[in-house]
Design a protein around this ligand. Structure first.
Ligand SMILES: [Zn+2]
Length: 235
């Protein structure tokens, strides 16, 4: 195994660790966390808005119906009163009509009161829907801003990633295939660190010391490995 190849492997690992960090950064942007929170809150507010809007709709329908009934009563009352004003009826008919008018007035007044009460009830329901819609609007614009900011950061990170990947490709080119295979395998099981520097009798991967005999043994191989953690060693 050539020394050049091993030193190159250390370069590949440096790039790989930088790529790992960039990927990690990409997935853990603080904006992503906020976005998730805003998204969940928005769903809650939308559900509340839908429920309030349903109640409002029912109140509006009831109001509509009562207003219609009020108008019918009023029209009927007017007709009866007109007939009373016009006169020409028998005393019995007049008395009957007078009582009818009295009854209709009572019904109309009661209906008017009911309509006024409904109008009073409908106002807070309208206000609630309106305020929930304002909240939804605010959450949506916050989401839009966060999306833009996430896209901006991802674009920058992806640019950096592409540059690192290009450099890695060049570095990998200089390394033998079987060494690369071993490197990838070790990286998977050694927390991303397959190659360690060997300095002052100590492995830079596991930080354990070598005895002189262990050192001789490890470095007599064309692929020196740590006797403790089995990482590839670069002296
Ligand atoms: Zn080691």
């Amino acid at each position: 195994m050539e020394l050049l190849s091993l030193a190159g492997l250390l370069d590949v690992q440096t790039l790989d660790l930088q790529i790992d960090r960039l990927l990690e950064k990409r997935e853990s942007l603080p904006e992503l966390e906020v976005y998730k929170k805003v998204h969940t809150e928005l769903q809650d507010v939308e559900a509340k808005r839908d429920a309030s809007a349903t109640i409002l709709k029912q109140l509006e329908l009831q109001l509509d119906k009562s207003e219609g009934e009020f108008e019918i009563l009023e029209t009927k009352l007017n007709e009866h009163e007109t007939r009373l004003f016009a006169g020409g009826m028998s005393a019995r008919e007049t008395e009957f009509m007078r009582l009818e008018v009295q009854g209709l007035r009572g019904q109309r007044d009661a209906m008017e009161e009911r309509v006024l009460q409904m109008l009073e009830d409908i106002d807070p329901a309208r206000d609630e829907v309106k305020s929930l819609e304002t909240e939804i609007e605010a959450a949506n614009s916050e989401k839009t801003e966060l999306e833009a900011s996430i896209k901006r950061e991802w674009k920058q990170i992806d640019g950096e990633l592409a540059r690192k990947e290009d450099r890695k490709k060049e570095a990998v080119h200089l390394i033998a295939d079987d060494l690369m295979e071993l490197y990838e395998k070790l990286r998977r099981i050694k927390e991303g660190v397959a190659v360690a520097t060997y300095d002052h009798n100590v492995c830079g991967g596991c930080h354990m010391a070598f005895s002189p005999a262990e050192e001789v043994e490890a470095f007599s191989s064309d692929l020196p490995r740590c006797v403790h953690c089995r990482r590839i060693l670069v002296a």
